[in-house]
Design a protein around this ligand. Structure first.
Ligand code: PMP
Ligand code: GLU
Length: 397
């Protein structure tokens, strides 16, 4: 450890990826584990997208791509933002990267100076505070419990802003809670931000299309903050393309140019073939997106109903993404077969080892009273997983 940089020693490993790996290891030993840990669609990438990638290989899209992304893909993203979000961007305001994850990281690295504060509402996606720490910034966590549907209010935001605040990272629909900020709620945040012109908004909208309220609202649509918002989105979730690694950032041109400079020294342009696939995703038929969304909505209804039937768990009504984030602290301090469950991580480990269901404890999402289940899996798996969880939790006394 001593020879490692302080920066890397400060960093926590990704709990979502770690739990998924643990579940794969148990599976490899022949144990029938239901993996609800990692968040990724269980669907295959639609055929027309795969065909576009095959064509790209045959047409020799095999060389370094431009650092900000191919112009054709950036044009397709511009068209998407206009048609779906009513937002006007120039292609120079778009930066394509190796997944939305790299986009968030690029923007954080581009904006944050040592000592700058970045407001991260909790529950948060595990990587946000770690990215802020990587940039030597200070994550400022604002807690929102289940009683407020895990969403922060304008007053809470206001009370955490200082002269050092550089940005807010907002995720809607949210990983891990499934909560969706409505127009009025975004407006309340934008009204506060209007009084603090030094604060940028990193709006992670990767779950835009996995939405059960009928339409997506972006904080970039609020005039007060429009010029200070960087939208993060990509093809991973909507088009079942997690492995293709294509995301984008859309924001002020000077900031995007700087993010491209970072990317140019760090990873270069994103994978050429994947970019051609992403272009087909944005320009091609959108029916597969809606079909997958409907399947996720059906599963949301199923898992929510089953979770409500488990004594000791408390759930919100998730309006998007594909996660359920039950409050489970009523079980802390209980035991089964001499095994004590003291906290969320121990509960997740208990469920993995006893019920053979892989979930992720809430601690690394900034909510130690909860745990996360991804319901991007078959209805049969959901029913069986919830049966096992119910039985395992009932054994705790
Ligand atoms: N943001 C959130 C909230 C996510 O859940 C994920 C999923 N990993 C990402 C960003 C990153 O997506 P990508 O696979 O495109 O890097
Ligand atoms: N976003 C997914 C999750 O939260 C993928 C894992 C990751 O990138 O951390 O499970």
């Amino acid at each position: 450890m001593m020879d490692l940089s302080d920066r890397i020693n400060r960093l926590s490993p990704s709990a979502t990826l770690a739990m998924s790996q643990k579940s794969s290891e148990l599976k490899a030993q022949g144990i029938d584990v239901i993996n609800m840990s990692v968040g990724e669609p269980d669907f295959n990438t639609p055929d027309h997208i795969k065909e576009a990638a095959k064509r790209a290989i045959d047409e020799n899209f095999s060389r370094y791509s431009p650092v900000p992304g191919y112009p054709a893909l950036r044009n397709a993203i511009v068209a998407k933002l206009r048609a779906e979000n009513g937002l006007d961007y120039a292609p120079t305001q778009i930066s394509v990267s190796n997944g939305a994850k790299q986009c968030v990281c690029n923007v954080v690295m581009t904006l944050v100076n040592p000592g700058d504060e970045v407001i991260v509402p909790a529950p948060y996606w595990v990587s946000y505070p770690e990215m802020v720490k990587m940039a030597d910034g200070t994550p400022v966590i604002v807690h929102a419990g289940i009683d407020q549907d895990f969403k922060i209010t304008g007053e809470q935001l206001e009370s955490h802003i200082t002269e050092k605040t550089k940005a807010l990272i907002l995720c809607s629909p949210s990983n891990p809670t499934g909560s969706v900020y409505g127009k009025d709620e975004l407006k309340a945040l934008a009204t506060v931000l209007a009084r603090h012109p030094q604060v940028y908004v990193i709006a992670d909208e990767i779950y835009e299309h996995i939405n059960y309220v009928g339409h997506h609202e972006s904080i970039a649509q609020c005039e007060e903050v429009r010029d200070r918002v960087v939208i993060i989105n990509g093809v991973s979730k909507a088009y079942a393309m997690t492995g293709w690694r294509i995301g984008f950032a859309a924001g002020p041109e000077w900031l995007i140019k700087a993010a491209n400079k970072l990317q140019g020294q760090y990873t270069s342009g994103a994978c050429s073939v994947s970019q051609k696939a992403a272009e087909a995703a944005y320009l091609g038929p959108q029916e597969p997106v809606e079909e997958m969304r409907k399947a996720f909505e059906r599963r949301r209804n199923l898992i929510e109903k089953l979770a409500k039937d488990i004594p000791g768990l408390e759930v919100n009504h998730p309006q998007g993404a594909f996660y359920l984030f039950p409050k489970c602290d009523s079980f802390y301090g209980k035991q089964a077969d001499g095994r004590l469950v003291a906290n969320a991580d121990e509960l997740a480990m208990y469920l993995l080892e006893v019920a053979h269901v892989a979930c992720v404890g809430g601690t690394s999402f900034g909510a130690p009273e909860c745990f996360r289940m991804s319901y991007a899996t078959s209805d049969e798996n959901i029913v069986e997983a919830m049966r096992r969880i119910k039985e395992a939790l009932a054994a705790l006394r």
